[in-house]
Ligand binder design. Sequence first.
Ligand SMILES: Cc1ncc(COP(=O)(O)O)c(C=O)c1O
Length: 434
Amino acid sequence: MNADYVQLADKYGCPFYIYEESAIRTQLERLRRALPDFRVLYSVKTNPHAPILRFMALNGVGADAASAGEVERAAAAGMPAEQILYSAPGKGGEQLRRALGRCRVTADSYTELTRLDELAGRFAVAAGVAAMRNDKLPVGLRINPDFSFGAGEFAAAAPGLSSKFGVDEESLAEKKEFFQGLKHIRPAGVHVFLRSQVLNAEALAASFAAVFKIAARCREELGWGLDFINFGGGLGIGSALERAEAGRELDLELLGRLAAELVRQYERRLPGVKLFLESGRFLVGRAGTFVTRIEDIKESRGKIHVIAPGGLSGFLRPAMLNLLAGLPGQTPGPLEPLFSGFDKHRVGLLKTGPGSTGSTGSSGPLKKVTVSGTLCTSLDVLAGEVELPDPQAGDILTVSEAGAYAATLSPFAFASFDRPAELYRAADGRISAE
Ligand SMILES: Cc1ncc(COP(=O)(O)O)c(C=O)c1O
């Protein structure tokens, strides 16, 4: 939390998001240090803010794109086509036409492979697709493996599940002739993604091992000229409130050691194959803060209500926590990207009264309050019960972990409020608003 958020609030109005480049760089460096054999892809859906994409491009990070629009954003940020991997279910002809030649496409079904084959025949040569070898466009295939992470955040391998994503692993063998019959494309990549917010390094490494096995089978039994494997990722982050607890943070070094062993084990069987990891929240989740200003405080029948613009519609995820906490019965499991667990967001206060501008207000008497937004619904609650040091109208509220699935997932248009500004602080301290 930075004291200058008060000045930024005066300048840009509230609410706004701010993303800190130094925090993104720290995470990227940690990831690369721990997993040096893997090329990092940034999952654009997590936060498509242009300066973040440009930072990734400048630092050699590619894109995990989930729509033609994301392919276009990644390309506009300066990422080369071979580092943009486009994978999504139900890619129609229009999406594929927009993307061809600007990325590596990963098909999500046999229907899509047939569609791509036809499109590649008609358009790829004309579009000058540089990556074509033997006149065939290399494409990936998303595979639904015969394992899953099972229930719960820390669970290890369990049987494969039915899924709308990819093709079932067991269907591959009987499709050998189908693959050989493709005229204008050739399967050249394997993509598996099963779960976000995984905090168990051993479970992640076990999934990498299974993906290596699938890839080796594709090469050896199906005869694919394999160019790349996209292991997905799913790297989780413990929130600010959880980091102190053992087991609530991914052991990246352990994952790195286990992954390095696998890389060595498969080096000979998969020569020259590029290894990709895709990550969203791990890279940017903590780098963002949502900032708003207290406009009103009222006491109603024994409860203190702090009211600040940008609740449910400004930052949906914290509002979801409160909604789910109120449901009777069991605590829900992860519901990504809407909900990862309780206690994910820390609410802070910056005082703005005379002589106190920007102080974190730790000295005031703590008051238990409910922080609500300004929408016409009582579901519009940013923090159900939080203790704040003597909050006053005009003070600034900050909400942590606002870099991932935050601005991009929030229904700003509701009730015709203005869209919150998104600010970016570059390494040299300069702030941009785009
Ligand atoms: C295919 C795919 N890759 C990567 C991600 C990013 O996940 P995370 O933000 O947990 O890293 C997602 C998230 O939904 C995804 O669907």
